[in-house]
Design a protein around this ligand. Sequence first.
Ligand code: H79
Length: 441
Amino acid sequence: MRILSLLLFSLLLSSAGAQTGYQPTADNVAARKAFQDDKFGLFIHWGVYSLLSSGEWVMNDRQIPVADYEKLPAFFNPIAFDAKAWVSMAKNAGMKYITITSKHHDGFAMYDSKVSDYDIVDRTPYKKDVLKALADECRAQGIKLFFYHSHLDWHNPDYYPRGRTGQNLGRPDSGDFNKYLAYMDTQLTELLTNYGPIGGIWFDGWWDQQVGDKTDPRKTKLDWHLDRTYSLIHKLQPATLIGNNHHVAPFPGEDFQMFEKDLPGQNQTGFSENSEISKLPLETCETMNGAWGFNINDRKYKSTKDLVQYLVKAAGHNANFLLNVGPMPDGRIQPEFVKTLGEMGQWMQQNGETIYGTRGGPVAARDWGVSTAKGNKVYVHILDWQDRQLSLPAMTGKIKSARLFADKRPVKVSQSAEGVVLTMPVAPAAGAIDTIVELEL
Ligand code: H79
């Protein structure tokens, strides 16, 4: 009996707090599916860095010492912040979730944290918890809320030893990393306790401590105790989806996999070298100009066409698209972004059926476009339409009918064991965003 209870006890010990061997709950599995169906989300980078209009890395880039950076919160007074306007804008764009920075690398909490006073309520003249307002509004309008939370911290002295970034900011050359981890877990507990059901936690900055060893890209200088943090999150809210922008294959306990700027399988950024594609739900994120946090000098606005095509390509790669805005320090979102998001919303109103609820289709991505699929339908998205005829690789399943999604005009199909040839009813339209052929199998 004694041996049995000892055995039980040690079993409990070895599994307590560990996400190794993690099995998602039924609710979590359902949330993953719903997430994949959602396809399109709004990313928001907003913090005291927005005041300097130079992106969210400004503290590191300009080497602003902690003592000076700490002066910023006193200027942060976003009197024009309107949670309702943000959520309505996202919904009108066709977005189904919002992922907002609860804390970026600068360490400043955009909500009322009790574990430190380095937060919007305690340090700014605004004094209000914007995440609370946003969480309430998201719930009211039926849109999910995710939090971006940075592992990396350029402010907390216990983030020590420092990683590749955040050097020379005037912090002491000492600190207790375990204390920092406990601080982070407490902040996450707050976020998962006081803001209602949270769709997911989007971690970033793990790579700061990465050793950079090509033979083992998962090696970090310090132990992040991800197992402990992930179990905590799943204990507090089992359905919350955990993702981590660490640029390596997912760790146990993670529920989705994200890519930064790259489509799954691409590596144009150079971050995605070790990001092999997992079986988890996928997401890729991109900026509307070149900046995450507000940057007044960045006028390289991507066009509505570019961004819609990115969304379509992401869907064709079986991934969600998380599109970023960096609101201005007064709380408004710049009109250039609002306009483009409105136009994307119009496109989604007409064509969302070929995106929402789909998965990557049977025709792998090509130079001309991608395919998505849902039920017995395959949507062929021609993003660069050159010729009257388009040949596709062989497809399992007989194509019963084919037509243009826009006006339902029939498309001629000839299907053989070698492949499929589509003959369009009209000549290619130059400059079209996406010519969609709906195949019924
Ligand atoms: O939040 C946004 C960015 O601030 C954050 N992720 C998005 C979503 C981000 N941080 N860094 N990066 C993106 C780029 C990462 C660059 C890196 Fe490196 C290259 C990390 C490791 C190698 C440069 C060199 C920075 C550290 C060492």
